[in-house]
Design a protein around this ligand. Structure first.
Ligand code: UD1
Length: 363
């Protein structure tokens, strides 16, 4: 029996570990799969609701690290996770994505000579001012098994000198979750709960430090959203970082009435809102991929993306941070200029099964 501990920390991790947990259930008696929640995200709406929606078991370990500076948060995860590993001595630690918990747990495991698998390896924005890019680079440089979601990831890892026998192109576990829960989302009519007409509203999510941490830029961003809202209703589930900054900068009440501001929304309701949107405006990584799978128009308010397949093959448009251009691009979509897209290779709902199959042979 091999013992595997998967790490979840922040909101985008839960939908990546859920399909792995399900895939490991096919190896009963061979694999014991335990979940460790670092507590990087701790609000009910950023964490607990996802466990319910994604049918994840209660985490075996909860580290309760909470917020703090990058150093504080990463260090606290490391100190607490080391205790778990010393006690449990697993055969493998699985980390997903690019959050602070990802690098913190990889580093601890690798120094204890415990094998590390990184799911969603190889993505690169080539922008080292993003904390996530540092987390991705460092995690990939010490991981033993690197599971890649899109071909750009293979090229990046090869260029960085990662040996071929560590790299596996297995597809996208986040899309596994999407495919699994799409029927449930389709059965809901979340847009109508917010008085939104299907196919006639814009879904907005913005939380990157580069977009929301400066008062000046955030004010311009809100102004742009207000202008676009003259054409369509917007729904804006607001991330705690964005909400805190809007309050701090006195901008919280400056949104027009055509913009529905909500708390963070659970996984299945959010999927329903994504699936029925006319357009998405975002700076999230995961939503670029989800919209591409669903063929929904997406405008990314960033200068780079670590997920180029969503632009090359999918419905994502990487517009940059010039807000006049973002506004033009949004209005153009609303005028019917849709970008056609296809579903990227191996985004077929079976990525977690492939990963489990590989790991069972390797361990
Ligand atoms: C983190 C990830 C980012 C991911 C995002 C998704 C890193 C470096 N960043 O960014 O890659 O896209 O999660 O949400 O790991 N807060 C709450 N409640 C919570 C969590 C956070 O109120 O449950 C507040 C805290 O005040 C905190 C701020 O939000 O200071 C930011 O949280 P943090 O985890 O530091 O980074 P995110 O911006 O969420």
């Amino acid at each position: 029996m091999k013992k595997i501990i998967s790490v979840v920390g922040a909101r985008p991790n839960f939908m990546k570990v859920a399909p792995l947990h399900k895939a490991f259930r096919n190896y009963d008696g061979q694999i014991e799969h335990l979940i460790c929640h670092t507590g990087q995200h701790y609000d009910e709406k950023m964490s607990k609701v996802f466990f319910n929606d994604l049918e994840l078991p209660k985490p075996r370990f909860y580290l309760g690290v909470g917020s703090g500076s990058h150093a504080e948060q990463t260090a606290r995860v490391m100190i607490e996770f080391e205790k778990v590993l010393q006690e449990e001595k697993p055969d493998l630690v699985i980390v997903v994505g690019d959050v602070n918990s990802t690098i913190a747990c990889s580093l601890v495991a690798s120094k204890l000579h415990i094998k590390v698998a990184h799911v969603e390896a190889g993505l690169r924005s080539f922008d080292r001012t993003m904390p996530e890019e540092i987390n991705r680079l460092l995690t990939d440089s010490i991981a033993d098994y690197l599971f890649v979601t899109e071909k750009s990831g293979l090229e990046n890892l090869r260029r960085e000198g990662v040996p071929e026998n560590k790299i596996f192109f297995t597809g996208n576990v986040m899309i596994d979750s999407l495919i699994n829960y799409l029927p449930k989302a389709s059965a809901l009519d979340t847009p109508s709960c917010y008085s939104l007409e299907k196919g006639k509203y814009i879904l907005v999510t913005l939380h990157r430090p580069s977009n929301v941490d400066s008062r000046d830029y955030l004010e311009k961003l809100i102004h742009m959203l207000n202008t676009v809202s003259e054409k369509r209703k917007l729904i804006f589930p607001i991330h705690p970082r964005t909400k805190n900054n809007m309050q701090k900068f006195g901008l919280y009440d400056s949104l027009c009435s055509n913009i529905i501001l909500t708390e963070p929304i659970g996984y299945i309701d959010f999927l329903s809102l994504t699936q029925n949107a006319e357009l998405i405006i975002t700076d999230s990584g995961g939503i670029q991929e989800e919209s591409t799978y669903l063929g929904i128009q997406c405008i990314t308010v960033r200068n780079n993306t670590e997920r180029p397949v969503t632009v090359e093959v999918g419905t994502n448009q990487l517009i940059g941070t010039d807000l006049a251009k973002v506004e033009d691009a949004a209005l153009s979509v609303l005028n019917g200029n849709f970008k056609k897209g296809r579903i990227p290779e191996l985004w077929d709902g079976r990525a977690a099964d492939r990963i489990a199959e590989i790991l069972i042979k390797q361990l």
